[in-house]
Design a binder for this molecule. Structure first.
Ligand SMILES: Cc1cc2nc3c(=O)[nH]c(=O)nc-3n(C[C@H](O)[C@H](O)[C@H](O)COP(=O)(O)O)c2cc1C
Length: 149
């Protein structure tokens, strides 16, 4: 199975988590497509059979700039090729931001709903105010995801 990984990151933490996820998925026998600046064409050309989104949150609950173009194109075009695929989201944030905690991840969950991507596992919320080891913290959740895909 081919898993496409989308990531949004300002300072690189979410990208590290995405790269670690890609490695764990490959170790488990999946193929992965991961390019933090992928265009919609590149994403679709990778012919994904599942989607994993990993994004931090910036501003007041916003998505990082590197993910905005792909996010907008996906929302505008709602490509039929993604409809029905299994998917899951890892949101990075900081609980001290209150209501906007992991807002970027929430935006991607809404996008998945609009795309018809089936969320097969509850979003993982990684809180920067609680932990400095987000890659390791994501491992149990990724192990669960691997079982579900
Ligand atoms: C300017 C700024 C704004 C932020 N806004 C939010 C926010 O609204 N909600 C949230 O949960 N985290 C917020 N964060 C926390 C980041 O999402 C968190 O530190 C994350 O781990 C950064 O990951 P990155 O290195 O991939 O960008 C903000 C951080 C900064 C520096």
């Amino acid at each position: 199975m081919k898993v496409a990984i989308l990531s949004g990151s300002v300072y690189g933490t979410a990208e590290e988590v995405a790269r670690h996820a890609s490695k764990l998925l490959e170790d488990a026998g999946f193929e992965t497509f991961y390019n933090p600046r992928a265009s919609l064409d590149e994403l679709l050309a990778s012919a994904p059979q599942a989607l994993l989104a990993v994004t931090s949150t910036t501003g007041m609950g916003e998505l990082p700039d590197n993910l905005q173009p792909l996010y907008s194109m996906l929302r505008d075009q709602l490509p039929a090729a993604l409809r029905g695929l299994p998917g899951a989201v890892i949101g990075l944030g900081d609980a001290s931001y209150g209501d906007t905690f992991c807002g970027g991840g929430e935006q991607l969950r809404e996008l998945f709903m609009e795309l018809g991507v089936r969320e097969v596992q509850d979003m993982l919320r990684l809180d920067a105010s609680e932990s400095v080891t987000p890659e390791a913290d994501a491992e149990p959740w990724l192990a669960e995801l691997i079982k579900k895909l």
